[in-house]
Unconditional design. Structure first.
Length: 132
């Protein structure tokens, strides 16, 4: 049985101009920059936006326009994150890299059609200890 997920964490959205897209999402949908994640954008990472409640997040990545491939990111706690890693490696039959984002940990994988998924965990210290 697969481990449980907490919620959809964020959606990756690819845009040609992050600043212009950020204004559009603010003006049209009411999304604003997520203060806790704003530093990622300074290093070329995603400009992460959130809705008024802070429950819905969009991560704007600037890259050339191409065929749409939205990544669905699912959130998990530390123990479930480690369980997801073991489960996915078992069912996919391959080792999966755990990516350290300094604030969160992620595991990336794709479905058979190439649609990308991510399991994200913000229990940073607990996952770091589990991986040590």
């Amino acid at each position: 049985m697969p481990p449980a997920v907490l919620r959809v964490d964020h959606i990756h959205v690819f845009v040609s101009d992050r600043a212009a897209a950020g204004r559009w999402y603010r003006d049209v949908l009411g999304f604003t920059v997520a203060p806790a994640l704003a530093h990622w954008a300074a290093d070329g990472g995603p400009l992460t936006l959130e809705d008024r409640s802070g429950a819905v997040h969009l991560a704007l990545f600037e890259k050339p326009v191409e065929k749409c491939r939205s990544t669905i990111a699912l959130a998990a706690g530390a123990s479930a994150f480690m369980a997801w890693r073991a489960h996915l490696e078992s069912v996919l039959g391959q080792a999966l890299e755990v990516v350290d984002h300094d604030l969160a940990w992620s595991i990336y994988f794709s479905d058979p059609d190439g649609n990308p998924y991510e399991i994200t965990c913000y229990d940073y210290a607990q996952v770091a200890a589990a991986l040590a």
